[in-house]
Design a protein around this ligand. Structure first.
Ligand SMILES: NC(=O)c1ccc[n+]([C@@H]2O[C@H](COP(=O)([O-])OP(=O)(O)OC[C@H]3O[C@@H](n4cnc5c(N)ncnc54)[C@H](O)[C@@H]3O)[C@@H](O)[C@H]2O)c1
Ligand SMILES: CC(C)[C@H](C(=O)O)[C@@H](O)C(=O)O
Ligand SMILES: [Mg+2]
Length: 370
């Protein structure tokens, strides 16, 4: 049986609450003999700052480098509003992404049949929705230099962030998007703003070139990112795979979350390049949502985004496709049975807390295993 090293980083706010449910799922699959999961735990975000004065320690970074997959909860919260910028909780997540080279962030937005009524959009707009946002994760305005606030001679301050992309950064994320589209409905929509940004001009050129040279059989369309946000709300089913830069991907994926009913439903996989020698890649699995300070500590958070992120780990890191399908089915069935956390409640459903939702998913896994 394969052994997989997992580093669990629960983080802050609802992070530890939702991660506790994932740990039940990991233990269940371990017991089933899908794989032997060796788990270690670390600190990230505000909890790491409180313990070490950094948003992630070098020791925990070394564990992340050595892990087959990192399972990440969420970071941030009002408690750390005044810590120095370089030590803010979110810096821990950004360091993980950058230092592990996790350039490809896959954010699937699937509307479960039982949840069409939980979306703030009309059911016919979201029923059957299955789109994938492929977000570039280690470049763009998140990391470009200079990034600073300087004081000018006249006493004003000036803030600068730099949007920066190179050809190879765009090429590699484009290839990920096209490869994934081939396994789906064979269409890529590339979102940028070439009408305003030089990085958008280069993005469009490179995507066009990679398409023509390597993936002519896949349908490609270019869409301005602001229009893409509007189209996602108007008629999202026109999309299959959307590829975009780091900042547009951040925003478009929060929009996509509401199509599925709640931010608490959207999982994600952050992947590095495949090592040709071992076939392995660095990977971190994280829900799209944050630490939700407004509901933290209440046992009310939806654990499905984080549980489904582990399903992506089974699929992308451990090639345990049957196990991943089974976990997805368990989530679908539990939702179909009418169980809901508060964020996805609708008429005639039964609202439960975080732990009860996790337990119901385990019970359904047990049922599916026979
Ligand atoms: N990956 C991450 O760690 C991550 C992602 C986004 C935001 N953040 C951080 O989280 C903090 C709060 O940010 P925010 O409030 O803008 O975004 P958020 O995602 O934490 O919350 C937005 C809204 O969605 C709800 N929500 C989020 N996840 C939920 C879940 N699993 N179940 C039920 N409801 C859920 C919250 O209650 C809140 O009303 C900030 O410090 C931000 O930087 C972290
Ligand atoms: C917490 C923050 C750094 C992060 C981002 O902006 O990438 C979050 O919003 C996300 O979507 O993963
Ligand atoms: Mg975000």
């Amino acid at each position: 049986m394969a052994t997989h090293k997992l580093l669990i980083l629960p983080g802050d706010g609802i992070g530890p609450e939702v991660m506790a449910e994932v740990e039940k799922v990991v233990a269940w699959f371990g017991k089933q003999g899908v794989a032997a999961f060796e788990t270690e735990r670390g600190l990230v975000g505000g909890s790491a700052y409180d313990a070490h004065g950094e948003a992630i320690s070098n020791g925990d970074m070394a564990l992340a480098q050595a892990a087959d997959a990192v399972l990440f909860g969420a970071v941030g919260g009002p408690k750390w509003a005044d810590v120095p910028y370089s030590k803010r909780p979110e810096a821990g997540l950004l360091r993980l992404r950058k230092d592990l080279g996790l350039f490809a962030n896959l954010r699937p937005a699937i509307c479960f049949p039982a949840l069409a009524a939980a979306s703030s959009l009309k059911p016919e707009v979201v029923e059957g929705l299955d789109i994938l946002i492929v977000r570039e994760l280690t470049g763009g305005v998140y990391f470009g230099e200079p990034k600073e606030i300087v004081t000018l001679e006249d006493g004003q301050q000036r803030a600068v962030d730099t949007q920066l992309y190179t050809t190879s950064e765009i090429e590699r994320i484009t290839r990920v998007a096209f490869e994934l589209a081939k396994t789906r409905r064979n269409k890529v929509s590339s979102a940028e703003k070439h009408n305003v940004m030089r990085s958008g001009v280069l993005w469009k050129q490179v995507v066009t070139r990679v398409h023509k040279a390597e993936f002519p059989e896949v349908e490609l369309e270019h869409v301005l990112a602001d229009n893409c946000a509007m189209q996602l709300v108007r008629w999202p089913k026109q999309y299959d795979v959307i590829v975009c830069d780091n900042l547009f991907g951040d925003i478009l994926s929060d929009v996509a979350a509401m199509l599925t009913g709640s931010l608490g439903m959207l999982p994600s996989a952050s992947l590095g390049a495949e090592d040709p020698a071992t076939g392995k890649r660095k990977a971190l699995y994280e829900p799209v949502h944050g630490s939700a300070p407004d509901i933290a500590g209440k046992g009310a958070a939806n654990p499905i985004a984080t549980i489904s992120s582990f399903s992506m780990a089974l699929r992308y890191s451990f090639k345990a496709i049957e196990a991943a399908d089974m976990l997805d089915k368990a989530v679908t069935n539990v939702l179909a049975s009418g169980l809901r956390t508060a964020d996805i409640k609708s008429d005639n459903t039964h609202v439960v807390g975080t732990a009860a939702m996790g337990d119901a998913i385990i019970k359904e896994l047990q049922h599916l295993a026979g």
